[in-house]
Design a protein around this ligand. Structure first.
Ligand code: CTP
Length: 400
């Protein structure tokens, strides 16, 4: 069974009349791809921008536009659609739709469905900058938030009018990530603070060069997303920018070097319940980073002196669960067990990075989990998101 938080969920997608309505088609498609059942509800104005047939084809379900259309079997049924919804996603939400919702109106299929539902509502405004900034719109959004709605801030950039400003529908990844966060809020990590590190550190040689390793950050990013999806408050300390879907609802701290990572992790673990170090921290860094680009001159060789970096995982301690990773190319068991002990870990997730389909840059991973109590779990080759969930299952057990 897929552990994707949207898989098997009933999502009502409400589409209002904005030029951004076409982007709702991508949202519908991505929701269906991850296994959600999508019921699309459109305002009459929205159908001027995108045909209901587009959504019907993408979701394989009838689309509700007119509540009183005698030909539509679903129209009268909007209450049933509302009742079975796990979440309602309004994207794009126009100033007009937001105003009608804030007034508690039920004058069309979208507002009537929202009013009839008890599910959480995620509102994604899209409109001209002045309409968005207008005190009326802001007051309406504030009111809807007070009633429990989650608002995904629009992005800034070029608007349909040609002007630049805030008001573009948020990135689809940000919208889907927010929906995942909303659906997971009461998960088994709710109320927990989890710190995850990800990516290979970059150790500067000079302003244009650095030493790094092959870590892509994917495993750590999957852990951060999965912990967020299960209700944790996540801090992600990473050398690689996460995609918008991972970043939504996550406190992302970008770092470069091992020393940066050390201070970010030290700060983040202060009140944490768990630290999961998936980052590939460079063991050594250049003794000093040159202030200016190093010129080759007529040198035939260049000797770079490296000094030892601190061990982030070994140097932080406190009343939190410590989970490490071990990337090995041989003697996995011996190496993993000695790191587990030396760094005072509750568990270590080891993988053979030389194996195909495992480790760096791959979307899958085959890992073995070594526990401090001696248990050893060998997992099959799995998508990194599923590996993340297996690790978090064990974390939930450890947290009791
Ligand atoms: N780690 C760390 N700080 C370092 C090096 C590693 O926090 N300076 C963490 C990694 O994030 C990982 C674990 O320690 O969770 C093991 O990292 P790994 O690179 O596999 O091992 P090392 O401790 O560097 O040992 P070796 O060089 O012998 O493989």
């Amino acid at each position: 069974m897929s552990r994707h938080p949207l898989s098997g969920k009933n999502i009502v997608l409400g589409v209002a009349g904005s030029i951004a309505a076409y982007k709702a088609a991508e949202l519908a498609s991505r929701l269906v791809q991850v296994g959600a059942q999508v019921d699309t509800v459109m305002t009459r104005e929205a159908t001027a921008f995108v045909a209901p047939l587009t959504f019907q084809a993408l979701t394989h379900r009838p689309v509700i536009v007119d509540l009183f259309d005698p030909r539509s079997e679903l129209a009268i049924d909007h209450v049933a659609v509302a009742k079975r919804a796990d979440a309602i996603l309004l994207a794009p939400a126009t100033a007009q739709l937001i105003a009608r919702l804030a007034a508690g109106m039920a004058d069309d299929a979208v507002t009537a469905t929202v009013l009839a539902a008890a599910a959480p509502v995620v509102i994604c405004p899209a409109m001209e900058t002045n309409m968005y900034r207008h005190p009326a719109t802001q007051a309406n959004l504030a009111r809807l938030k007070e009633w429990g709605a989650v608002v995904v801030e629009p992005a800034s950039g070029r608007l349909a009018s040609g002007a630049e400003g805030i008001g573009r529908l948020a990135d689809p990844g940000t919208i889907l990530g927010t929906l995942r966060w909303v659906l997971g809020r009461n998960g088994d990590l709710a109320g927990r603070r989890v710190v995850v590190s990800a990516g290979g550190t970059r150790e500067a040689i000079d302003p244009v060069r650095y030493i790094t390793n092959r870590s892509s950050g994917k495993m750590g990013h999957a852990l951060a997303a999965a912990a967020r999806d299960r209700g944790a408050q996540v801090t992600l300390v990473t050398t690689v920018a996460p995609d918008p879907e991972t970043a939504a609802g996550v406190d992302v701290r970008r770092v470069e070097s091992a020393l940066d990572m050390l201070s970010a992790v030290q700060g983040a673990v202060q009140s944490a319940d768990a630290l999961i170090m998936a980052a590939a921290v460079a063991d050594f860094r250049p003794e000093s980073a040159a202030a200016h680009k190093v010129k080759k001159g007529d040198a035939d060789a260049w000797t770079l002196r490296l000094v030892r970096n601190p061990d982030v995982l070994a140097s932080v301690s406190g009343p939190f669960i410590k989970i490490g990773f071990a990337a090995e190319t041989r003697d996995i068991r011996e190496n993993a067990l000695s790191k587990l002990k030396a760094k005072g870990l509750h568990m270590i997730v080891a993988n053979d990075v030389s194996e195909p389909g495992s480790g760096f840059e791959s979307d899958t991973n085959r890992v073995t989990i070594f526990h401090a109590d001696g248990r050893v779990e060998e997992l099959p080759l799995l998508p990194k998101l599923e590996v993340a969930h297996r690790v978090l299952d064990r974390l939930v057990e450890l947290l009791g």
